[in-house]
Ligand binder design. Structure first.
Ligand SMILES: Cc1cc2nc3c(=O)[nH]c(=O)nc-3n(C[C@H](O)[C@H](O)[C@H](O)COP(=O)(O)O)c2cc1C
Length: 188
């Protein structure tokens, strides 16, 4: 079945692995459209996305690296990490900020809205993978400060950074899992 292949072939592909080939707007819209079909309890549809391209990516890189400098004690500051933050934003062709809109009436628990948003991201990730585009979900502590970069609606917050970029086919994409048998109990 095709679905088995699609799921098993998805990988995290990181910004240093990306090349300069642009991602079309049509493909970005396909990725977002597929996100929109995630399951959602009470149809709260909590996923929100901010699509950053061009100069907006650089502004994010500057914001995140400056924030890293501000919040990191001198003793643990890493110039390597500081540069990596900037380079990740430059290397990605598209960055989608993964955000979640809490139902203001709180009709369902927050974890269900986070779960629903994560399912939307899985749709995005699988779509990228199937189209041969590299992507991955990054969740640095810095996302807690994203409200200083973006104007959020009341109850909205950032859950991560989804980096996207084309990559050369020969890049080795590694991943492994312990057997599912160790994680399942069957009851008859
Ligand atoms: C919610 C979430 C947050 C993640 N955050 C990070 C992250 O901050 N840094 C990172 O290197 N990988 C992050 N990842 C990617 C995982 O490292 C990756 O999925 C895992 O290593 C398995 O590799 P695979 O995706 O290629 O199968 C995240 C994945 C998820 C689902």
């Amino acid at each position: 079945m095709k679905i088995n292949d699609i799921i098993k072939k998805r990988r995290s592909v990181f910004p240093p692995q990306y090349n300069d080939t642009p991602i079309s707007e049509a493909l970005i819209k396909t990725v977002l459209e597929n996100a929109n079909w995630a399951p959602t309890h009470r149809l709260t549809e909590p996923w929100r996305f901010k699509v950053l391209r061009g100069g907006a990516k650089d502004r994010l890189g500057t914001f995140l690296s400056n924030t890293y400098t501000d919040i990191t004690p001198d003793a643990s500051f890493s110039p390597f990490k500081h540069k990596k933050i900037i380079n990740n934003c430059k290397s990605a062709n598209v960055i989608i900020l993964i955000c979640m809109q809490r139902d203001l009436e709180e009709r369902i628990p927050e974890w269900e809205e986070i779960a629903s948003t994560a399912m939307a991201v899985q749709n995005m990730w699988l779509t990228c993978s199937e189209y041969g585009v590299g992507s991955y979900w990054s969740s640095p502590k810095l996302i807690e400060y994203m409200g200083d970069f973006l104007e959020f609606e009341e109850g909205e917050r950032c859950l991560g950074i989804f980096y996207m970029g084309n990559y050369d086919a020969e890049v080795e994409l590694d991943s492994k899992r312990e057997s599912i048998a160790n994680k399942v109990k069957w009851l008859d």
